[in-house]
Design a protein. Structure first.
Length: 136
Protein backbone atom coordinates (compact mmCIF):
# COMPACT_ATOMS: atom_id res chain seq x y z
CA UNK A 1 0.00 0.00 0.00
CA UNK A 2 1.36 3.37 -0.99
CA UNK A 3 1.78 6.00 1.72
CA UNK A 4 0.74 9.57 1.11
CA UNK A 5 3.65 11.87 0.49
CA UNK A 6 4.20 14.42 3.23
CA UNK A 7 5.03 17.26 0.90
CA UNK A 8 1.67 17.51 -0.83
CA UNK A 9 0.76 21.04 -1.82
CA UNK A 10 -2.28 22.32 0.04
CA UNK A 11 -2.35 19.36 2.42
CA UNK A 12 -2.45 21.63 5.48
CA UNK A 13 -0.85 21.10 8.87
CA UNK A 14 -0.75 17.69 10.52
CA UNK A 15 -2.54 16.91 13.77
CA UNK A 16 0.86 16.92 15.47
CA UNK A 17 1.58 20.45 14.22
CA UNK A 18 -1.86 21.66 15.28
CA UNK A 19 -1.55 20.18 18.80
CA UNK A 20 1.96 21.55 19.35
CA UNK A 21 1.02 24.99 18.03
CA UNK A 22 -2.03 25.20 20.31
CA UNK A 23 0.08 24.08 23.29
CA UNK A 24 2.59 26.84 22.54
CA UNK A 25 -0.19 29.41 22.01
CA UNK A 26 -1.67 28.71 25.44
CA UNK A 27 1.78 28.85 27.05
CA UNK A 28 2.64 32.14 25.32
CA UNK A 29 -0.63 33.71 26.47
CA UNK A 30 0.16 32.73 30.07
CA UNK A 31 3.78 33.88 29.85
CA UNK A 32 2.94 37.26 28.30
CA UNK A 33 0.16 37.85 30.86
CA UNK A 34 2.30 36.88 33.88
CA UNK A 35 5.74 38.21 33.02
CA UNK A 36 6.80 41.82 33.19
CA UNK A 37 8.24 42.29 29.73
CA UNK A 38 10.75 45.12 29.89
CA UNK A 39 10.36 46.35 26.33
CA UNK A 40 9.03 49.93 26.56
CA UNK A 41 6.63 49.38 23.64
CA UNK A 42 4.93 46.56 25.58
CA UNK A 43 4.40 48.50 28.81
CA UNK A 44 0.69 48.62 29.60
CA UNK A 45 -0.26 46.77 26.40
CA UNK A 46 -2.62 43.79 26.50
CA UNK A 47 -1.43 41.33 23.86
CA UNK A 48 -3.65 38.79 22.12
CA UNK A 49 -2.13 35.68 20.53
CA UNK A 50 -4.72 34.72 17.94
CA UNK A 51 -2.98 31.78 16.32
CA UNK A 52 0.32 29.92 16.29
CA UNK A 53 1.49 28.00 13.23
CA UNK A 54 4.17 25.34 13.47
CA UNK A 55 6.67 24.25 10.85
CA UNK A 56 6.51 20.54 9.92
CA UNK A 57 9.56 19.76 12.11
CA UNK A 58 8.13 21.87 15.01
CA UNK A 59 11.40 23.80 15.30
CA UNK A 60 9.90 27.12 14.18
CA UNK A 61 6.58 28.61 15.18
CA UNK A 62 4.94 31.82 14.05
CA UNK A 63 2.63 33.56 16.49
CA UNK A 64 0.06 36.00 15.12
CA UNK A 65 -0.31 38.77 17.69
CA UNK A 66 -2.29 41.96 18.14
CA UNK A 67 -2.96 44.43 20.91
CA UNK A 68 -6.24 45.12 22.60
CA UNK A 69 -6.65 48.81 22.03
CA UNK A 70 -5.27 51.40 19.65
CA UNK A 71 -1.70 50.05 19.44
CA UNK A 72 -0.31 49.05 16.08
CA UNK A 73 -0.11 45.23 15.79
CA UNK A 74 3.11 45.53 13.76
CA UNK A 75 4.73 47.42 16.64
CA UNK A 76 3.62 44.70 19.07
CA UNK A 77 5.04 41.98 16.80
CA UNK A 78 8.39 43.81 16.55
CA UNK A 79 8.54 44.29 20.32
CA UNK A 80 7.78 40.62 20.98
CA UNK A 81 10.42 39.63 18.43
CA UNK A 82 12.97 41.58 20.48
CA UNK A 83 11.83 39.57 23.56
CA UNK A 84 11.79 36.22 21.73
CA UNK A 85 14.89 34.87 23.51
CA UNK A 86 13.37 35.56 26.92
CA UNK A 87 10.00 34.15 25.83
CA UNK A 88 11.67 31.04 24.42
CA UNK A 89 13.42 30.44 27.75
CA UNK A 90 10.13 30.70 29.63
CA UNK A 91 8.47 28.50 27.03
CA UNK A 92 11.08 25.78 27.62
CA UNK A 93 9.87 25.49 31.22
CA UNK A 94 6.19 25.64 30.32
CA UNK A 95 5.83 23.05 27.55
CA UNK A 96 6.98 19.48 27.13
CA UNK A 97 8.38 19.39 23.60
CA UNK A 98 11.54 17.71 22.37
CA UNK A 99 12.80 21.02 20.94
CA UNK A 100 11.87 24.50 22.09
CA UNK A 101 10.83 26.21 18.86
CA UNK A 102 12.31 29.40 17.49
CA UNK A 103 9.59 32.01 17.89
CA UNK A 104 8.59 34.38 15.12
CA UNK A 105 5.94 37.04 15.58
CA UNK A 106 3.66 38.53 12.95
CA UNK A 107 0.97 41.16 13.25
CA UNK A 108 -2.50 39.65 13.25
CA UNK A 109 -4.59 41.88 11.01
CA UNK A 110 -7.55 39.50 10.76
CA UNK A 111 -9.47 41.52 13.39
CA UNK A 112 -8.96 44.70 11.36
CA UNK A 113 -10.12 42.93 8.20
CA UNK A 114 -13.22 41.60 9.95
CA UNK A 115 -14.05 45.07 11.28
CA UNK A 116 -13.62 46.52 7.78
CA UNK A 117 -15.98 43.88 6.31
CA UNK A 118 -18.55 44.68 9.03
CA UNK A 119 -18.29 48.37 8.17
CA UNK A 120 -18.80 47.60 4.48
CA UNK A 121 -21.83 45.42 5.19
CA UNK A 122 -23.32 48.17 7.35
CA UNK A 123 -22.86 50.85 4.68
CA UNK A 124 -26.13 52.15 3.15
CA UNK A 125 -25.20 51.06 -0.40
CA UNK A 126 -24.54 47.45 0.57
CA UNK A 127 -27.55 47.32 2.88
CA UNK A 128 -29.73 48.56 0.01
CA UNK A 129 -28.33 45.89 -2.33
CA UNK A 130 -28.85 43.18 0.27
CA UNK A 131 -32.49 44.23 0.79
CA UNK A 132 -32.98 44.28 -2.98
CA UNK A 133 -31.67 40.69 -3.34
CA UNK A 134 -33.92 39.46 -0.52
CA UNK A 135 -37.01 40.69 -2.39
CA UNK A 136 -36.13 38.77 -5.55
Amino acid sequence: MKRHSRGQAGAGPSQRQLRAAELVRHALVDIIAREDLRDPELQGVSVTVGEVRASPDLKHMTAFVSALGPQDPRMVARALSRCSGFLRGRLARAVDLRFVPELHFQADVSYDEARHIDELLASPEVARDLRHEEKE
